[in-house]
Design a protein around this ligand. Sequence first.
Ligand code: FEO
Ligand code: CA
Ligand code: CA
Length: 637
Amino acid sequence: MAHDPSGRPKDNALLHDEKENIPSNPTNNRSFQDVLAANASRRNVLSGTLAGAAATFVAPAAFAESRETGGGGKGPLVKFTPLTIDQATQDQTTVSIADEYEYQVLIPWGTPIEPGITEEYAGDPTTRPTPEQAALQIGIGHDGMWFYPERRGRYNRRGEGPAVFKGFLCINHEFGRNAHVLGKSDPESLDDVRLSQAVHGVSVVAIENRYGDWRVVKSPNSRRITANTPVCFSGPAKDSPLLQNPNGNIPLGTVNNCGSGPTPWGTYLTCEENFNGYFGSSEGESFNDQRTDAQLRYGFDFDGFNYGWHLFDRRFDLSDPDYVNESNRFGWVVEIDPYDASQKPVKRTALGRFKHEAIAIAQSRGGRIAAYMGDDQRFDYCYKYVSDKSWRDALRNGESPLDEGVLYVARFNDDNTGDWLELSPNNPVLSNWTIEEILINTRLAADAVGATPMDRPEWTTIGKNGEVYWTLTNNSDRTVPNAANPQAPNSDGHIIRTTDSDNYLGDTFTWEIYILASTTRGTPNVFTDPDAAYADPFGRLFIGTDGGQPDGLQDQLVVFDTTAETPTPCRLLTGVVSDEITGWTVTPDFRTAFTNIQHPGNGNPASTNFPAPFDGTTIPRDCTLVIRRKDGGIVGS
Ligand code: FEO
Ligand code: CA
Ligand code: CA
């Protein structure tokens, strides 16, 4: 059982897997949301053709900024009364939320992806869905997500949405442990493995708001993407032999979809994080002595995170010579078109292969983009990708802005400057590498160029003034501090903000520590282990936590006013026992937000049955919370 040095149980470390956070970096290197701009002539953005349906987006910031409640510069941005520790710890079988707010539970695990398409799995402890049912239901492990409105023009000039409107929620299903999903710790058949695989992946689900009440509705776009859905590769490494198997099997599936990010052209990016945990070896323990450098660096071992998929599905057997490169097919950022179910998800190799936590895209002058990404492992790195062309030009040419560009990894200098180190053969250190090798074994290339090992980089988000926030959740293994990771061990985590030179395009940056979570201990606003992050365009920063919180608190969602002199986390909600608060998205009017309760009770019905009322037996189910101010104001105010 993993404990951090402070002595408090890190139950998520236990839940995910003890191996999940074991550092695998052997080097000793020194240590928008101006989303969805109107895009009148949509094309097939995934395959780069110009066919495709028209679908457009509102430009939400422009609308809502005109509203006093949105943060038009009148007083503090965060005005709600933060939930007190006493309020938050009274009943931890259910969610607690600040007085000015209300929530609605939406799409718990097992909800049919369209009404009537299959039965609901409602948490009956004596049964589980079949794999076929599960592939038509919302998956488990709700995490990164984004809301895509059905079409523009349905908001008035003050940014107010209509009483009835519709959109698509793209939502990640990061993981569900066997005990929760199967009701037993090990699969006993291929059918069991198929059920586990079917609850992983992504959902695109149509939802409708009728006078404030949200529900799932029918749509041809609604779909599940699972570990067995056909996908394709694009970008510089797409044809690499390292992505082909002797078996000749086509690329299938996405796993451990953790955080996410929207693109300015209206697609969804889902990030594959702990993909290593789904692989194992039929050779057993002796496999561990034969691992390649790359397998070691990516944390593969003979039994993974005990999912046991490799026991019944050869694709996940690291020792099967027919599938020798299958594991290289995971660890990518995957692009999904929420508006077109006929498009295969695309794995974008230019963004590199590592334990992708999440992604945040900033637009530079002319529409070139910079994408900021963390690799979540102790002592792993912060990355950015810069597109060669403006995204509009790339799409006009039938290309993807995520296929042609340069990947960099961060070196944080002690004087609050930093360098983006190029990961390409143009870097003299990598002149003997091919671009395919660099993009597929990105961690090894980043080791070679001297990136700074960080305290578990999780989400990234772009602040009001273009600064990039990076959550560094914790690192109980750190023994030697440095300026950017100043605590050893770092039990509580911290948030860094960076500003790049040359309007996101430059190869240098400045950085500062926004907050050390440990400094909130002993205050009413205590929080630790920052993970999910979202900055609204007005200056609010929303942080979801993942780790044993102090003072008896469960994981929580806190809001900062980044325009204030002193960063102060204000507690908006707390989750249920042994859960994690994941993901965040908002409607274009900023009046409805969505976040997730992930792995409530770690799946144990004796501790909570959320979202069902406490009965001690109903299996708790991961779910989304729709969050609103009771007065209809902007969320976070
Ligand atoms: Fe999936 Fe690093 O959280
Ligand atoms: Ca996370
Ligand atoms: Ca985490």
